[in-house]
Write a protein that binds this ligand. Structure first.
Ligand code: ARG
Length: 263
């Protein structure tokens, strides 16, 4: 995670961002701290990367790369405003003994790559280039399923899909998703692969309710996503609501603020 000491909205690279609207950095830090504390209370170890002045979106660490085992695939950001974050995260990975694969293709890390069981679901349409899907497949030697996003409000895959069962290799791993965020061929793939998926309402998705982190039982979600919360409970999960309203002003939620290190 990255403490949002320099969080603000001064440019607009997604429909959520309104540079004219004031942000409250202290409030963002306090809300971020509640997410951090939630992870610690669940027994997770949280590593921190130092925030950099002038990179207000660095709090959304999910975009900083993708990790399986000791191999970190670096990010190469779409917009110039975030491009310096790519090398900053790669430096962090190297300092923490990960083997870094420098990206040749535009990709925004875990924002668009989700590990579900043995498969990597890979998003494209707004940010990560489809060529990055071939690149990540070569790096990890896993099946990569390309999915095309069509609604600009759900510009990263992790805003439209929640991974509910994160265990690597889990053949029954399930997901939750927003059907209307995908083009028809992608939706058909999701329906076929995940017949038991939780289909989330527009209402819950529109506060980035899907942007969540699960350990297979505890699912950390946006507090206001009450419909999704109920659906999760019905399926035997334990939803835990966290309020990240200030960070939503930058277009990110729980998952965006979290990069999973599967070492
Ligand atoms: N303002 C950031 C951007 O537009 C938000 C990133 C949200 N991250 C995510 N994983 N969806 O790039």
């Amino acid at each position: 995670m990255c403490k949002p000491d320099f969080f603000t909205v001064v440019y607009k690279i997604n429909p959520w961002m309104e540079p004219a609207k004031p942000t409250d950095t202290a409030k963002a830090v306090a809300q971020w701290q509640s997410l951090y504390d939630t992870y610690v209370s669940l027994g997770h170890t949280v590593h921190l990367i130092d925030p950099i002045d002038g990179l207000p979106d660095m709090v959304y660490t999910a975009n900083g790369g993708f990790v399986i085992g000791n191999v970190a695939y670096g990010a190469s950001f779409t917009y110039p405003q975030r491009q310096p974050e790519g090398p900053a995260f790669m430096d962090w990975f190297r300092e923490n003994d990960f083997e870094v694969r420098e990206p040749q293709e535009i990709n925004e890390g875990e924002g668009d790559f989700l590990l579900v069981g043995d498969v990597i679901l890979a998003g494209t349409g707004f940010r990560s280039a489809s060529n990055s899907h071939a690149e990540i497949a070569l790096i990890y030697g896993r099946e990569v399923v390309s999915l095309t996003l069509t609604n600009p409000s759900f510009y990263h895959l992790d805003t439209a899909i929640a991974v509910l069962d994160p265990l690597t290799g889990d053949a029954d791993a399930n997901i939750a998703y927003l059907p209307s965020a995908f083009d028809a061929p992608s939706l058909a793939i999701l329906q076929e692969r995940y017949p038991d998926a939780i289909l989330v309402s527009e209402e819950d998705a529109s506060i980035l309710g899907l942007n969540s982190i699960s350990d297979g039982y505890n699912v950390v979600i946006a507090k206001r996503a009450v419909g999704f919360e109920k659906q999760l409970r019905e399926r035997g999960y334990n939803p835990i609501g966290v309020d990240l309203s200030e960070l939503l002003l930058g277009g990110g939620g729980v998952k965006c603020c979290t990069l999973e290190l599967r070492r």
